[in-house]
Design a protein around this ligand. Structure first.
Ligand SMILES: Cc1cc2nc3c(=O)[nH]c(=O)nc-3n(C[C@H](O)[C@H](O)[C@H](O)COP(=O)(O)OP(=O)(O)OC[C@H]3O[C@@H](n4cnc5c(N)ncnc54)[C@H](O)[C@@H]3O)c2cc1C
Length: 344
């Protein structure tokens, strides 16, 4: 086994989909649990702050330097743990690209991930915000995760319930912030027992346009890839991190008082008698969609997506986000909260 390599003064530009420069003091690639144990035993590790990254598709480096250690999760492997007539249980290395796992499932006629096609990033990051799209989320298939607590060094298996997966949320954003997810175990269905989820009308429309009479796991995945390519800028061409803000929520009382002043604002019932207000609507209606300031802007095709048009710095993107937050608050009374992890 080769010793750990501490790469020094690494520009993180190629490790974040916003494509912003930020120089990390150290970067260490973690390819096994053994690497992780070695790292934790190193006195140097304890002297610095640290950050785990996967594909960097939900991170914004706000500062030009990160004076700490970046743990880049590169643990690979997809292993069949068990299977029966109905389903297959897979244990997947945290460093596996999410879309590679989706492709593996499609190629093996396994259903459950097709609606999550083309979400960028790694498997190890997927539980952090319980990734979701087109009526599906990771929690539909996840069974457990292998986690190392980076403060205590304790490694253990956590069940799905312990991870407290909610809408774009989990325990890893709160009580277990300093964790390293080394693998994720999921249960996916054999095609003949799988119930496809095509409830979104946009998915149904694409399937119809493509002449698909009997949808399959693969054709649903293809429809979703097409929809996503139409709507979201490709980070390889235009730096971005997908939706920058969470949808706004408010309790019935606040919602009623804001609606009195702005009856045009759409709202949907959310959990615990809260109301969900689409953040994209708020941003668009405050006139930000398509706006460009220097090298940063709001995507013309999706008001929730902030983009780097070229050489933007992280702090310029943060400034744009702050201006949007202030403007939406002043004009419509809602407090937008970033979904992207801002690293200062
Ligand atoms: C174009 C685009 C579209 C997107 N669409 C969606 C979408 O439809 N639905 C959705 O839910 N998300 C979406 N996202 C957001 C993003 O893809 C997901 O949040 C993804 O799970 C991030 O994975 P990552 O490996 O890039 O994580 P990173 O950006 O590297 O990290 C994100 C967070 O997770 C932590 N982290 C990463 N790996 C680990 C690990 N192994 N253990 C512990 N902590 C870790 C990091 O410290 C950080 O806090 C989109 C992003 C982009 C750019």
């Amino acid at each position: 086994m080769s010793p750990l390599c501490w790469e020094e003064d690494v520009n993180l530009r190629e490790y974040n989909t916003f494509n912003v420069d930020s120089i990390a003091r150290y970067l260490v690639r973690i390819r096994s649990i053994h690497d992780l144990k070695d790292l934790l035993a190193s006195p140097r590790f304890r002297d610095f702050r640290h950050l785990v990254i996967g594909g960097g598709s939900n991170i914004l480096f706000a500062a030009e330097n990160f004076d700490g250690v970046i743990l880049k999760n590169e643990i690979c492997g997809i292993e069949v743990v068990s299977e029966n007539e109905n389903n297959t249980v897979l244990r997947v290395g945290g460093g596996v690209e999410w879309m590679s796992l989706v492709t593996y499932c499609i190629d093996h006629d396994l259903g459950g991930l097709e609606n999550l096609s083309l979400i960028p990033g790694t498997v190890g990051a997927a539980p952090i915000q319980n990734i979701g799209a087109y009526g599906a989320e990771l929690s539909d298939v996840m069974l457990s995760v292998e986690v190392c607590n980076l403060e205590t060094g304790e490694t253990r298996t956590m069940s799905k319930d312990e991870c407290a997966l909610k809408y774009h949320d989990s325990i890893f954003k709160h009580a277990l912030k300093y964790a390293f997810i080394s693998s994720v175990t999921i249960r996916v269905s054999k095609a003949q027992f799988h119930c496809l989820n095509t409830q979104y009308s946009s998915v149904q429309d694409v399937l119809q346009q493509q002449g698909v009479v009997t949808p399959t796991i693969r054709s649903v995945s293809q429809a979703i890839c097409l929809l996503r390519r139409r709507k979201l800028p490709d980070p390889k061409i235009l730096g971005n991190a997908g939706s920058f803000f969470k949808n706004a929520t408010c309790d019935t009382l606040l919602c009623k008082s804001i609606m009195k002043a702005h009856p045009e604002i759409p709202s949907f019932p959310g959990p615990d008698s809260f109301h969900i207000i689409p953040a994209a609507w708020l941003i668009e209606n405050c006139g930000w969609k398509g706006k460009q300031i220097g090298e940063v802007g709001v995507s013309p095709s999706h008001a929730l997506v902030l983009v780097n048009y070229g050489g933007a710095r992280g702090r310029e993107i943060v400034l744009l986000a702050d201006s949007i937050i202030k403007d939406v608050q002043a004009k419509l009374g809602f407090q937008l909260i970033p979904e992207v992890n801002i690293i200062r």
